[in-house]
Design a protein around this ligand. Structure first.
Ligand SMILES: [Cu+2]
Length: 332
């Protein structure tokens, strides 16, 4: 399988997870899948995740499909599928670098020691403030016996959310979330207002595209510096950009990767980076883009409102009246 196809399959897998969440109670488990497949029509590769959804957990009939598949978005649970994110460091002082340690306890009751490599790393560790202001994307190091260790500074007193994004060897892709606190009095902030432009260290990143609930949405980010387009972005984690989307309100986690990757013969190193993202519902989303230039990784941040259309009907039907039959057509 060539690389773009793999990326497409990866994005599709994520989209299926979110689409499945939409299907809860409305018997549209497949509706979330179909529009993504259309958008990725250039990629002929079958998706392992989709195979499983269509032929593994589900029987031939729609009712069982709806009953079985209702996975929540990632990051909302500290424990899922028998795996539990287990912080060992409990005290964090604001503004002080801390050796933060944690493990993932597996179904057998012991810490997981073998992980698949995903996007160059065995485990991705994201920390955000609960009010979605600050964002850190870190890569912990194994500290022996299944313990992970990472140098972590929580800049101010307050409530934070940590996400561990990983796949145990022989296990599922997981994003587990846990609350962290930095002690002391604090004033919770308001989530940032909608914004499509971000400036960081002299770079300006602008965002084009809209998040539509239940539908794969093309998002294009354009990187400039001092008024000129940046055309020599450097690969970071196997891509020219790394985008995380978090839903305001509960910090549901959506991890997306670009359409294309360095060296595939079609993806340019800037100024544009294209992603496909599917969000599960209306509301505000914070988007954090990691990009590398001049040997430094920087993060641009945005806030988008996903509001058009009522998912999932808008996602899979040309008009409002054809919803039910449309759903029927997609069942096998
Ligand atoms: Cu990472």
């Amino acid at each position: 399988m060539n690389t773009p196809a793999k990326l497409g399959a990866y994005a599709l897998g994520l989209a299926v997870i979110f689409g499945g969440a939409l299907g809860a109670g409305s018997a549209v488990g497949s509706a979330g899948v179909v529009p993504i497949a259309d958008d990725h029509g250039a990629h002929p590769a079958p998706s392992p995740g989709r195979e499983t959804n269509d032929h593994g957990a589900h029987a031939e009939t729609a009712p069982s499909r709806a009953a079985v598949s209702a996975p929540a978005p990632g990051g909302l649970q500290v424990s899922q599928d028998g795996y539990t994110l287990t912080p060992e460091t409990t005290e964090i002082k604001p503004g002080e670098a801390t050796d933060f340690r944690f493990s993932v306890i597996g179904p057998d009751g012991g810490p997981v020691t073998r992980y698949q490599t995903k996007h160059d790393k065995k485990l991705h560790f994201i920390v955000v403030s609960r009010d979605l202001g600050g964002f850190q994307h870190l890569h912990p190091e194994p500290a022996g016996d299944g313990v992970w260790s990472v140098r972590l500074t929580l800049p101010e007193a307050g409530a934070y959310r940590a996400f561990a994004d990983f796949a145990p060897e022989g296990g599922p892709d997981l994003t587990l979330g846990a609350d962290l606190r930095a002690g002391g009095a604090y004033e919770p902030g308001q989530p940032p207002a909608p914004s499509r432009t971000s400036t960081v260290d002299g770079y300006t990143v602008t965002l084009d595209g809209d998040l539509v609930p239940g539908k794969s949405s093309r998002i294009t980010l354009r990187v400039g510096r001092d008024g000129r387009p940046v055309t020599d972005l450097q690969p970071y984690l196997g891509a020219y950009g790394h985008l995380v989307a978090l839903r305001a309100g509960d910090l549901a986690y959506l991890h997306v990767h670009p359409d294309g990757e360095p060296g595939d013969g079609r993806t340019q190193p800037g100024p544009e980076i294209t992603f496909y993202a599917e969000v599960p519902s209306r509301g505000d989303y914070r988007l954090f883009l990691d990009f590398q230039h001049g040997g430094v990784v920087r993060t641009a941040d945005f806030t988008l409102h996903a509001g058009q259309g009522a998912a999932p009907t808008t996602a899979s039907t040309p008009g409002p009246s054809t919803g039910p039959s449309e759903h029927g057509e997609h069942d096998h």
